[in-house]
Design a protein around this ligand. Structure first.
Ligand SMILES: Cc1cc2nc3c(=O)[nH]c(=O)nc-3n(C[C@H](O)[C@H](O)[C@H](O)COP(=O)(O)OP(=O)(O)OC[C@H]3O[C@@H](n4cnc5c(N)ncnc54)[C@H](O)[C@@H]3O)c2cc1C
Length: 307
């Protein structure tokens, strides 16, 4: 540990059960989880704090780092890293958005350490995987010695960097439902000052099913169909990751077309309230979001996949 954090205390349990028992026994004493440490260490260096208490869960990866199907759900362990997600065939099958977002976090060194649980629990409105969990209807599993509970990602964040995690709980999994069979369109786009190691000014995870008329050839784009179940999930467009419900609703049952894209883009302000801050302005953010919405719903931007 560097000198600036020499006053910190670190406890490193060797099993998941031990970690939960420790948290239960010491709840209220300020112990905080330490996973990949990529956000925690930045905080320690920037704020030059010491004297904190860290529950080091990094070595519990064998128990809490697996990515695997369980029936009709994909369970992503909280200690899976962005590199694990990026390379996971199971995650790609659940939704390609997951792998695209993981590939956009930092650069290779960060992806090797940064965990899924850390990205979510850190609660930054600019966290790049967060819009994806919203777009794919993920549930977050929280575990303590009292048992495990699931919370829809949509209800997980309660405000700026605030969530429903209790002091004796750890975020242990992200659970994704198996996608419905059919044609789907999706877009992950991070708009940042540069391609790697940039913090998002705007980040979007968008997806929707396409109901095509008749059966399509293997190589045929489904862009001639109509939208069903569109999700437009945004990061850095408010204090928490948010969906643009009004724009989503406007697309239901309509063809992928420029007219729809323009109409939906004009509705973003119903749900999104970006701010001016050190990284960007509210006006720039809204202009970018409108352009991405227009092009996605027109079928001009994004990719399609078949299940
Ligand atoms: C150079 C650099 C570039 C970066 N680039 C990006 C980027 O492009 N996009 C992006 O989104 N992020 C980026 N980050 C931020 C960071 O890498 C991610 O947020 C990462 O996923 C955090 O995971 P971690 O395991 O390192 O978390 P940690 O730093 O260990 O923890 C982060 C927070 O989450 C809490 N926590 C961790 N695990 C759990 C758990 N299982 N249960 C409950 N609480 C938990 C910790 O107590 C802490 O408050 C970058 C960071 C650096 C240093």
């Amino acid at each position: 540990m560097p000198a600036i954090v020499s006053g910190s205390r670190v406890h490193s349990p060797s099993t998941a059960a031990e970690a939960l028992a420790f948290l239960a026994e010491h709840a209220g004493e300020g112990w905080r989880p330490l996973a990949g440490g990529t956000d925690v260490m930045m905080g320690l260096y920037r704020d030059r704090r010491g004297g904190e208490r860290w529950l080091n869960i990094a070595r519990l990866r064998p128990e809490w780092g697996r990515i695997a199907w369980e029936g009709d759900e994909l369970r992503i362990g909280a200690l899976a890293t962005m590199a694990d997600l990026r390379e996971s065939a199971a995650a790609r099958a659940a939704h390609p958005l997951i792998c695209e977002a993981a590939s956009a976090v930092g650069a290779a060194q960060i992806q090797n350490r940064a965990t899924v649980g850390g990205n979510i629990a850190n609660g930054s409105p600019a966290g790049d995987t967060l819009p994806v969990w919203l777009a794919v209807d993920a549930e977050i599993e929280l575990t303590s010695t009292r048992g495990a509970r699931r919370v829809a990602f949509e209800r997980f964040m309660t405000g700026y960097r605030q969530s429903v995690i209790a002091a004796d709980e750890l975020l242990t999994s992200v659970v994704i439902p198996r996608p419905l069979s059919g044609e789907h369109w999706y877009l992950f786009r991070k708009v940042a000052p540069r391609a790697a190691q940039g913090i998002s000014k705007v980040v979007v995870a968008a997806t929707g099913s396409i109901e095509a008329r008749g059966s399509l050839r293997e190589d045929e784009s489904p862009a001639t169909g109509v939208w069903r179940g569109v999700r437009l999930a945004w990061g850095s467009m408010g204090p928490v990751t948010k969906r643009a419900y009004a724009a989503e609703r406007s697309a239901e049952g309509r063809k992928l077309a420029l007219e729809l894209g323009i109409e939906a883009a004009a509705m973003l302000e119903t749900d999104l309230r970006p701010i001016d801050d050190a990284r960007s302005t509210a006006a720039y953010r809204m202009a970018v979001a409108r352009n991405l919405t227009r092009e996605f719903l027109s079928g001009n931007l994004g990719r399609w996949w078949r299940v």
